[in-house]
Design a protein around this ligand. Structure first.
Ligand SMILES: [Zn+2]
Length: 553
């Protein structure tokens, strides 16, 4: 039976850019959209909202082919193996998606019929397109098959998008074109393909991005207006290639669907899987993505993919006619390793699974949030991670727990039970509200969540020392310690839940908290008791899981 939705309940479709299954996740990937979307989804669920966090493996990327060629592997088997590894790494990182599916027959049928509707609406326009062609490789060069320099910022880049500036290029605008795989000669051949004319949607785009000024992160809005300052490019919906989904357009047999055009219907299909809807393979059935349904679409992506999500996908949705466009895009900048870009091909990387094997998942999530490249690029080093986790989290956590115990013992509060009164509940509620702010869409910031968590622990430790001050009246000291215990026992398991769910579970267990999966309206009336045994268990919840980080002090 379908339960009637509560009118106050919001429904969120949360996406993170489908990763290319040509390798496992490295730490740079993890710090980007996947962790952010997970924190957001977990918080919204605590608020009682309905969330579908969806993603998939982007199997048809040309990068799967070029990586397989480099490794001497079969691309199909490589993609399947990497999808399995990625699934395990997401699990090890406590990142829970509602769908992380692989391309299958249903996906293919859905994408094809979605794009057939785009064509039926007159938006798959046939145009001649000039492609570089490698005679030695016997293929047209685009995306990962081609390399050159960006026409906007001059960085070395592959085809389609420049990682450095996020601007699109195509096989006609890329400078100093060569094959990425061989040194042989290239010639140019003209092929008729289907394109989406982005310029047709100029007025929709202009109104849309005007409405996002000052609301979305500035880099992506600035990018949109720079794009709008010039004629918008035609976007290829098909490429002459044999790797990908056969184009569903008559006369273009032998071409495949551009993966970035495949991605939007792919995400719609993943959402249908997450919703447990029956497979119809009918791309006009957009389910939760239909604008007629109540839902909000929140997309997490690396800044370098902005063009696809800010121009290609909205234009495709408008061209389709029954597909929602994004409400909020949350971009991240690059996370670098020792001041250079993570690079799988150059071996300059740390695999996420290796880091998660050597370090506790909660420490990894805390650090990736604290050092999150939200507005500018950030730098990862293993030594900085160890030091920051110790100084900003582990040590203040130990000092907060032992400080409360000592102060309670000195004031004769040990073992006493009490209930949180309205006044203390209001103070604790203020702390919860501060954390809530950085979990909400408009002010979402894992960096500030981690910062505030660290500062809260430092504040608790300082409060416990203050309570022992001889200048303080006994009643005031007791009130302070009870407030600190409320923060530690009641607030901490809640505010750590989206960021460090496994730690929150252990902490909640130590204090016999059963309702840590709900963000409460008030903590008034909740019971507290300061007992040495439970605080020891709480200390063990963190310290015992951190053998690698426990160092001589
Ligand atoms: Zn560029």
């Amino acid at each position: 039976m379908r339960r009637e939705p509560d009118p106050m309940t919001r429904t969120f479709i949360v996406t993170a850019t489908p990763p290319t299954p040509n390798g496992d996740f490295h730490v740079g990937h993890l710090s980007g959209p996947y962790l952010g979307a997970d924190i957001f989804a977990r918080y919204q669920r605590m608020c009682g909202n309905r969330v579908r966090y969806v993603c998939s493996a982007d199997r048809n990327q040309s990068y799967v082919v070029t990586t397989a060629e480099r490794l001497g592997k079969n691309p199909d088997r490589l993609a399947t193996a990497c999808h399995g590894e990625m699934r395990q790494t997401l699990e090890a990182a406590d990142i829970r998606m509602d769908a992380f599916n692989m391309v299958d027959g249903e996906h293919v049928a859905f994408v094809q019929s979605f794009l057939a509707k785009v064509e039926a609406n007159g938006h798959a326009v046939r145009k001649p397109w000039r492609f570089p062609y490698s005679v030695a490789e016997d293929r047209y060069l685009f995306e990962s098959f081609v390399s050159g320099h960006c026409p906007v910022c001059w960085s070395p880049t592959a085809g389609a998008i420049c990682e450095a500036c996020g601007h699109p290029n195509d096989t006609r605008t890329l400078e100093l074109v060569s094959s990425s795989r061989s040194a042989g000669d290239i010639d140019y051949r003209e092929v008729e393909i289907a394109v989406l004319e982005l310029e047709r949607f100029r007025s929709e785009f202009t109104a849309f991005y005007e409405s996002k000024r000052g609301i979305w992160r500035p880099h992506v809005v600035e990018f949109a207006f720079e794009m709008l300052s010039r004629p918008l490019p035609d976007y290829p919906l098909t490429y002459p290639s044999d790797w990908g989904i056969p184009a569903p357009f008559t006369g273009l047999e032998g071409q495949v669907v551009n993966v970035w055009a495949e991605m939007l219907p792919g995400l719609v299909n993943s959402t249908r899987i997450a919703e447990g809807e029956k497979a119809t393979g009918d791309g006009s059935e957009t389910g939760l993505w239909s604008p007629r349904r109540q839902a909000e679409l929140v997309e997490f992506l690396g800044y370098d993919n902005s063009f696809f999500f800010t121009f290609v996908h909205p234009a495709l949705a408008w061209a389709h006619g029954d597909c929602r466009i994004v409400d909020t895009i949350l971009t991240n900048e690059f996370f670098e390793l020792e001041n250079f870009k993570f690079s799988t091909s150059k071996g300059h990387l740390i695999w996420a699974r290796d880091l998660l094997r050597e370090r506790d998942v909660n420490a990894v999530r805390f650090y990736l949030a604290l050092a999150n490249p939200e507005y500018q690029k950030m730098n990862f080093t293993q030594s900085a991670m160890d030091e920051l986790v110790e100084v900003r989290l582990s040590r203040p956590y130990r000092e907060a727990a032992s400080g409360i115990l000592e102060a309670a013992a000195a004031l004769g509060l040990s073992g006493q039970r009490w209930r949180i009164d309205e006044q203390t509940a209001a103070r604790l509620g203020g702390v919860l509200a501060r954390f809530a702010r950085f979990h909400e869409i408009e002010t979402f910031s894992p960096q500030r969540i981690a910062e505030h968590l660290s500062q809260l622990l430092v504040r608790i430790a300082a409060g416990s020392r203050h309570a022992l001050s001889p200048r303080l009246a006994r009643a005031e000291a007791i009130e302070e310690v009870r407030y600190l215990a409320g923060l530690f026992q009641l607030v901490l398991p809640l505010v750590t839940r989206p960021l460090m769910p496994a730690f929150s579970d252990r902490l909640g267990e130590a204090f016999a908290r059963t309702a840590t999966d709900t963000w409460p309206a008030s903590l008034a009336g909740q019971e507290c008791q300061i007992e040495a045994a439970t605080y020891d268990q709480a200390l063990a919840a963190w310290v015992d899981q951190q053998p690698a980080l426990r160092r001589a002090s």
